[in-house]
Write a protein that binds this ligand. Sequence first.
Ligand code: G3I
Length: 357
Amino acid sequence: MQGKFTKDKNIYRKSFLIVFGILLAIALIGSLITARNLPKGLSQIAKKHNLKIGTAVSSWQLDDPQFASVLIRNFNLITPENEMKFELLSPAPGEYDFSGADKIIAFAKKHGISVRGHTLVWTNQLPKWLVNGNFSRDELIIILHNHIDTVVSHYRGQVSYWDVVNESLAPDGSISQDNFWMQHIGPEYIELAFRWAHEADPNALLFYNEANAEGKGLKADGLFMLANMLITQGIPLHGIGFEMHTGLGWSPKPDELAINIQRLADLGLEIHITEMDVRIIEPASLEDLYEQAKIYAEIVQTCLDATNCTAYSTWGLTDTLSWIPHIYPGTGSPLLFYGDYTPKPAYYAIQKVLEIK
Ligand code: G3I
């Protein structure tokens, strides 16, 4: 009786294992077939052009599995939207809280995604202790040096590109006077920042990032002159970031963008499109969305046509996560995905450009 019971138990266990094995194999084959049939994400398609496709993220967004899966499928470059800025990193003099930015770096590492560090020197989002500290020029030079050294060293080998200096130019192309660092240190804050960043991580590529200087105009000329001056002086500047915040009816003309990219290429500089979005007056019609798609496609095409344009990033993943409606009420719908992560016409327009060439 005992023997029969043990035998039955063994047969039962064996059958269970066989059925389990078959089910597991079916599931594996199924998932392989599904993965094969999924259309390629943007970054996969762009690989043949040696173009990285990026977006801005906040650490809390990575907790959403849908956000994470759309991100991993389509992007191989991420920029922390805020969490590497001075205000968010340093709550008190000499104190650093890297938790948010570290989470983004860990995610990037896990999924083979490169990181653009943003940003070491900017006049916005500075800590209150710094702005209200009544520090002398010499003290501020030490504070800025320590900040750059601390942050770049913390991420040495993990951040491929740094936006070292952000938005230092006035609309007329001169170095902006309306800038904390300019007012307290003077224009040399720019070259000092690049030198210090390079000392802290000699392998990181160092970018100067600017808004509204992509096409033709005084600011674009000022940017070119600044880049030329830094290069001539032997400052370690490796690339220019064109933010590319645009809107329907006011985006840079592709031929003017191409000329601007070319003259910077002649200086030996790489170009990254760093923060693209195309805002629309709400409610956005289908016609507006197609017009938006055309602008996105034109900029990607111009970037592809230039050999030195190596990265193309949007400033956020979905329309609902964008900064635009908060700062420009009444406008919105600026990105490649609707709030529910469905791709918009702009997504397909970029996909088409990347596939054709
Ligand atoms: O961190 C504070 C938090 O402590 C506070 O409780 C909360 C209350 O509103 O605000 C939080 O700060 C917000 C911050 O983002 C971090 O989330 C600010 O209000 C908000 O104004 C700030 O906006 C950011 C903006 O830079 C600041 O200038 C946007 O998210 C960010 O997209 C935007 O990004 C810039 C690029 O860095 C440079 N180029 C232009 C681009 C668009 O402005």
